[in-house]
Structure formats: C-alpha cells, structure tokens
Design a binder for this molecule. Structure first.
Ligand code: NDP
Length: 251
C-alpha cells in the first residue's frame, strides 16, 4: 500500500472516531456492558473471556506487524512495542481474570465490535511502524521524555483505579461509591488514566496512527464516563457533589 493511501485511510478512521463520539453523546447511548448491560443487545458470553477475546488482536497484531515489516525495527520502534505490550499484557492476560464479576455476561455484539476495533487499531499502528517509521531513539528529543512520563502517569492512574474498583467487591458484591486515589476527584479515573496513557503514547510515537488511537480512546471513553457519572448520581443519593466525571474540576 502507498503511504499516502494509508494516511488517507487513517484520517478517515479518525473522522469516524469523532463521528462516533458525536453520535454517542447526542443519542445518549449507554454501551451495554458492565453496569449498563441489558438484554436488548442479543446473545451474551462470559464477561472475563469477552474481555480476553476483544483485546487479544491488539496484543498480537501491533508487535507482530511492527517487528516483521519490510523495515527492521530500530530501538525506538522496540520502545513503542514495549509500551504497547506492557499495557496489553495486563489488559488481555491479567485484568480480565482479576475482575470479581463471576457469572457476569457481556453482549457478543460488544465483543465483536471491540475485536474489530482492536484489529484496525493494532493493524494501523503496527503496519506504520513496520513500513515507514523514520524516528531514532534519542533522549535529546523532548517529545520522547514528555510522552514517556505522560504514558507512565496514565498507566499508574489507570491501574490504581482499576484495582480500587476490583477491590470494592472483596466483601460487598454490589456496586458501591469508590473512594481513594483519583476517585476523590472524578468518577472514572480508570478511563482518565487510559486516555492520558494513549495521549502519552502518541507523544512518544509522534505519528498519525498513534494519534488516531488517542483520539479514538477519548471518543470512546468520554461518553462512557459521562454515562457512569450520571448512573452514580441516579443510584447514590449521597454521591460526592464535587466529584466530576473525568476531568478534575472541569467535566
Ligand atoms: P468500569 O469502571 O465500568 O468497570 C471496571 C470493573 O470494576 C468492572 O468489573 C466493574 O464491574 C467494576 N466496578 C466498576 N465500578 C464499580 C463500583 N462502583 N462498585 C463495584 N464494582 C465496580 O470499567 P470499564 O469496563 O469501562 O473499563 C475497564 C478497563 O478497560 C478500564 O481500565 C478502561 O480504561 C479500559 N477500557 C479501554 C477502552 C479503550 O478504548 N482504550 C475501552 C473500554 C475500556 P461491572 O462489570 O459489574 O460493572
């Protein structure tokens, strides 16, 4: 494929992400998994295995394509692969099996949609690095240091927040008001951390496919976060008033 064709396709992909965001916000769609799951979205499957299968293509495709393309990967590409694999190793092989959601189901439609998303996202990021990446690893590059710090901060926030949520179900199996960490500021710090992480990755990578992933993560997670926030307020009368949805003090 020509690089220009590839870039047009990635621009179209970004546009689709933005249109999806507008659609989800305007139509107030509650993606039907987790607390918003319902029977109207067709057949369901086990929640843990749903997470495993829908995230698996990202773990496999990006590293495979980036390391087996016509361009031999340099140290810089290996750094990007490492950041990606650290995240997806957790998301595919650890996170689903830490969840305390025994018996919980997820619509197959959601699993297939997320699977398709991860095929495209893993493909565009890996294919680009395997074919056209020209960057070299140099710690004189400000974007590299800043991006790594942003990525790390996002990963810590995401992981800490997921852990707080998972631990909530150690004793009480139902939904509760989460406390501690960034939950003092926002309802969904796990989503905030995920967005920060992929913004950090895009800053390190400094290429169009990584930007597309950061945009998609924002477009996908902000509507979900707003739904979670509204759900908390509906469900708990004593929900902390000052807590925002996703951006401390702002949104
Ligand atoms: P949620 O916060 O909805 O749920 C995470 C887990 O915590 C679930 O097991 C959930 O149970 C449980 N939980 C959540 N809130 C409570 C509560 N108040 N009381 C008790 N248990 C609770 O996260 P998501 O499912 O939206 O996302 C999970 C991870 O995947 C996050 O780290 C997110 O960033 C990431 N993700 C990334 C996406 C991307 O585009 N890059 C897209 C989607 C998710 P239950 O399932 O029963 O609700």
């Amino acid at each position: 494929m020509q690089k220009s064709t590839f870039e047009y396709l990635v621009y179209a992909w970004i546009l689709l992400g933005i249109l999806t965001f507008i659609f989800l916000i305007l139509k107030k769609v509650r993606a039907p998994y987790g607390r918003h799951s319902n029977e109207r979205w067709g057949p369901t499957m086990d929640n843990k295995w749903g997470w495993f299968w829908m995230e698996l293509p990202a773990l496999v495709l990006m590293p495979f394509l980036a390391s087996t393309g016509p361009q031999a990967p340099n140290t810089y590409v290996w750094v990007l692969i490492a950041l990606w694999v650290i995240h997806y190793f957790n998301r595919v092989l650890v996170f689903p099996f830490r969840l305390r959601t025994e018996g919980k189901r997820i619509p197959v439609f959601i699993v297939l949609s997320a699977f398709a998303f991860n095929v495209i996202n893993g493909f565009v990021n890996g294919y680009y690095l395997g074919h056209w990446s020209t960057m070299e690893l140099s710690f004189n590059e400000a974007h590299l240091i800043i991006g790594m710090l942003v990525f790390l901060a996002g990963m810590i926030i995401n992981h800490q927040s997921d852990t707080i949520l998972i631990n909530l179900r150690k004793v009480n199996k139902g939904y509760q008001i989460p406390k501690g960490g960034m939950f003092e500021w926002v309802s969904c710090p796990n989503h905030l951390g995920e967005i920060i992480e992929w913004v950090g990755f895009a800053i390190v990578a400094w290429n169009l496919p990584a930007l597309s992933f950061a945009v998609w993560t924002f477009c996908n997670l902000v509507p979900r976060t707003l739904n979670h926030h509204a759900w908390y307020k509906e469900r708990f009368e004593n929900y902390p008033e000052k807590r925002k949805a996703v951006i401390p003090g702002i949104l």
